[in-house]
Design a protein around this ligand. Structure first.
Ligand code: NAP
Length: 217
């Protein structure tokens, strides 16, 4: 698939590396492609180009949002016509609270639902937000594949996102409609809390285990 990766920070770079290795084509969009900090971006990630936001999204199969939450409205605006486009929202709507990072919204909406409100003609999905970037390009290195939930309302687009998530070593699980992003963003907060306050390594990830009840007999 051809993926427009909006944002080339920790997450955008890790996902670009992972998806390039899995055979996908990545086109980055950043605020200033000539900034020297992006000089090695293509060599480091395997991406094929750096473009403006509208140029990157124009021929993309999937648009990945990997920017800070407060940059999302400007990025959606810059995309232009998003009719029928698949957006993978990787962002987490975080703010700095009295006790550290916390979710800015939740319970009655989610970042992904707000993205869908900003881009009503697009098909919006939430995924890849539930682990730190250190896990994203190394998911195949775990004894059990890390789980990665996918929320979204539309069947064909969800199948493509599940394919993308699976292609880099995660166990992709359908979490249901987009409103379930409220749970997935809280799950990201749990990962962050474990890593930043509970001593869990930045490489930790969640896995889904199932027991066969027949084995109990
Ligand atoms: N860090 C994690 O482990 C992690 C895990 C899961 C989800 N997330 C979420 O993923 C998102 C990105 O996190 P990150 O850690 O990758 O952040 P980051 O390292 O700060 O990178 C953010 C990127 O977004 C770019 N950007 C900002 N405004 C932009 C605009 N208007 N148009 C195009 N690009 C723009 C920045 O470009 P410039 O630097 O040139 O401004 C930078 O390349 C956040 O929403 C975060 O909550 C993070």
């Amino acid at each position: 698939m051809r993926i427009a990766m909006i944002g080339a920070g920790n997450v955008g770079s890790a996902l670009a590396r992972a998806w390039s290795s899995a055979g996908h084509q990545i086109v980055f969009a950043v605020p200033d492609a000539f900034d020297s900090k992006y000089a090695r971006l293509l060599a480091d990630t395997g991406a094929i180009a750096i473009r403006t936001v509208p140029a990157a999204v124009a021929d993309a199969d999937v648009i990945a949002l990997a920017v800070p939450w407060d940059a999302v409205p400007a990025v959606i605006e810059a995309c232009g016509d998003l009719s029928g486009k698949i957006i993978l929202d990787v962002t987490n709507p975080l703010v700095m609270g009295a006790d550290g990072l916390e979710l800015a919204i939740g319970f009655t909406t989610s970042g992904a639902e707000e993205v869908a409100r900003m881009a009503p003609a697009a098909r919006v999905f939430k995924s890849m937000n539930q682990v730190g970037f250190e896990v994203m390009d190394k998911a195949s290195g775990y004894a059990v594949p890390p789980v990665m939930f996918v929320a979204g309302d539309e069947t064909a687009g969800k199948a493509r996102i599940i394919e993308l998530v699976s292609s880099i070593g995660f166990e992709a699980i359908d979490a249901g409609p987009l409103r379930q992003a409220r749970l997935l963003e809280a799950m990201a907060m749990l990962w962050i809390d474990q890593a930043t306050r509970r001593g869990m390594p930045l490489t930790h990830a969640f896995a889904l285990l199932k027991r066969n009840p027949d084995d109990d007999r």
